[in-house]
Structures are given as C-alpha cells and as structure tokens.
Design a protein around this ligand. Sequence first.
Ligand code: HAM
Length: 420
Amino acid sequence: MSTFKAPKGTYDLLPPDSAKFLAVREAIAAPLRNSGYGYIETPGFENVELFSRGVGESTDIVTKEMYVFETKGGDRLALRPETTAPVLRAVLEANLHKAGNLPVKVWYSGSQYRYERPQKGRYRHFSQVGAEAIGAEDPALDAELIILADQSYRALGLRNFRILLNSLGDQECRPVYRTALQDFLRGLDLDEETLRRAEINPLRVLDDKRPEVQKQLTGAPLLRDYLCDACKAYHEEVRDLITAAGVVFEDDAKLVRGLDYYTRTTFEFVHDGLGSQSAVGGGGRYDGLSEMIGGPSLPSVGWALGVDRTVLALEAEGIELDIPSATSVFAVPLGEEARRILFAKVTELRKNGVAADFSYGGKGLKAAMKAANRSGARYALVLGERDLADGVVQLKDMESGEQTAIGVNEIVAELESRLG
Ligand code: HAM
C-alpha cells in the first residue's frame, strides 16, 4: 500500500465491480441514443459565475458545496457540481440553437463534484448520466424524458423506485405563491437560519427534513393551488402523456429541487432501498436558465441520473447484471518459442474481433491455468513443447473441460466458428 488514499468522500472504481458501472451508464445512455439525443462533453470545470448565476446564489450547491479555485492566470473556476448549466453554456457558445432544428437534444456522462458531508450514497465525486432537450416548450418533451428514464431503470431490472412529479409554475404564478408562502412561514416558530432562508428562497424551506419543521408545514400553501392556467394545462398534458405511456408516478406537491433554475415540470426518481440518500435521479424544466446566463429565451427540460446510487439500488434489490466475460480466449504458452507463436496468434485473434488475453510473466502451467480461469475465458489455448513439435495447440473448453488438439494454423478460424 502506498501512503496515499483516495480523498475523503471519494472511492475508486475497480475491476471487476467497475463493469457494473459501465453497464449502468450504457443502460441509461442506450434509450437516449435511440431517441435522437447526441453525445456532448464539456470540461470538468467552468467559470464559477456560470454556476452562481445558473444554479443559484442561495443554493447549498453554490454556497457550501462548490470546489472553487483560482488559476495561476487569475481565473475563478469551479469543478462542476452539475452539468445542465455547462451544457447550455456550450450549446449557446456554439450557436447550436441557431441551426434551426430545435430542440437541441444532447446527453452526457461524467464526473460531478460537490463538497458534501460524505455518507453512503453521498460522495464528493460522483457520476451522472444526463440528458437535456434545449429550446422547445412542449409537454411531449417533458414526457419523453420521464419515459426514457423509467425505461432505463426498468431495463436494468429495477422495480422499487417511484417517480415524484410536481410543477413549480412560471414567472407568472410563482411570485404570487412565493409571497403567500413567505407570509405563512413568517408566522412559524423557526430558527434564525431557516427564517433567513424563508426570505431568500422560501420554497427550499418546504424541503427541510427536520420533523419539527415538517410538522409546522402542514397547512402551508401549495404551489399546486396557485398555478396559472397555462402552467396548469401544461402540467395536465405532461401527466396525461406519461400516464398513456404506462408510466406510474406520484404527485408530490412539496417536491422542490436543490437547484434554482427549475420552472414548471419537476420530478425525482427515488428508490426505497437506499435510506436517506434515496434520490437516484432528478430533473425538470428550466425555461429561464438561458436568460439567466446571458442567452436568449430557450425553454428547456432535462434530467440527470446518479450512476453511483443506481448501482446501490441494484445491490439493494439484489439484481445481478448479466455482464458477459470480457475475455473469450486465454493463451498459455509453455516455453520461449511457444510464447512467440501464441503471442502472434493472440494479436491476430484480437484483430479479428475475438477478445483474447495472454499469460504474461513466464508462468508455469498451473499458475497460468489459474489465470485462464480467473479471466472468465470460455477457451484456453495451451502450447507446450510436444505440441510445438507436432504443429498443434491444445484447445481447452473451460466449461466442459474437454480438450482437443488443433493445428496452429487453424486457431483463428476454429475459435471464430466456435464463438459464433
Ligand atoms: P441533482 O438532483 O442535483 O440534479 O442530481 C441528480 C442525481 O445525481 C441525484 O438524483 C443523485 O442520484 C446524484 N447525486 C447528486 N449528488 C450526489 C452525491 N453527492 N453523491 C452521489 N450522487 C449524487 C442535477 O444535477 C441536475 N443538473 C439535473 C438536471 C438535468 N435537471 C435538468 N437537467
């Protein structure tokens, strides 16, 4: 062991478990690729202002959780705590929204950084797969995203998750509600900090997890009752469309998200086997974000699913993903000449698309066969002194234990046909 450890709140993805993470990323990405979303990748850090303006000056993410640093050149940057604002920044910068085919639909996969108090399911470095549909106001787009996330989770075999749905209104109706909520909150018995929050960001108080606060919140005015006609109609249609798709959801009038850019549709995917960090994914509409970061009006919607928590959810449900073995053929040379010949064959197999690995380090037969076993390969190729003299190699079926001698020149064709 070296003297260094992974920083607090982080962990390493190591084989063989890392294969699960790749499979989860792939399962989330596949339905997106299949639905017109193109891949986008943005830097791991951005100008700090992008997040303070975009995610919100008063959010926990910006005030407490951002990794902010100054470069040698004097730029103030932040490791990205989320990727919606960066994606919108990139789309605006490249003028993708002017190419004439809105919405711009993109998906991404990558690391996020938040200086949070670490616990199971809550890390300082974590991974999301996300999707953003930029520049269209259409309930079908909101519905599409919710349906696709549901499809990803179902494809992974997850069942014990729920979809919480709410509408946060728009610039018409939310201010009216905000005032009503503030009036209500001012009458409660709350501590200094919470009262301060009620003045800056009253909706966040609804999200307070403490029972003594929650108790006082029964009877709080609900945004649902303040939605303007346009927001109400929009929300109804989103609900109708996902219902028609057979996706089950729960209305959650108190669902507020931890980021300030949301308008109208908001949702969260929660898993019941994860304890307090139960949100496996979340998202919603952010019709005002583009203007908040200096762009034109571009109503948009998106989500991000947490890869780490999705893996934990799989474990909670006892789901073993069917991950095929990475290696199909494992070559075991015994002696110098055999080593040269088999190494060339392994290279040739790989060129032909057969997943092959090799016993390195001059191991003896026993240790090499152990390595072959561990690799999960279906076949082992063993080349010894006597085989060399006969121009053959022993092909061992690792499942049945059956062994046959085949000509060295037949290796590639034989394995291709056996592996289909
Ligand atoms: P978020 O709700 O902050 O939304 O994060 C989405 C998901 O990332 C969470 O549901 C959770 O699974 C995962 N996550 C968040 N923080 C942590 C953590 N500390 N450790 C492990 N996993 C975590 C967003 O980030 C928005 N950008 C989503 C979005 C996209 N909205 C519109 N478009």
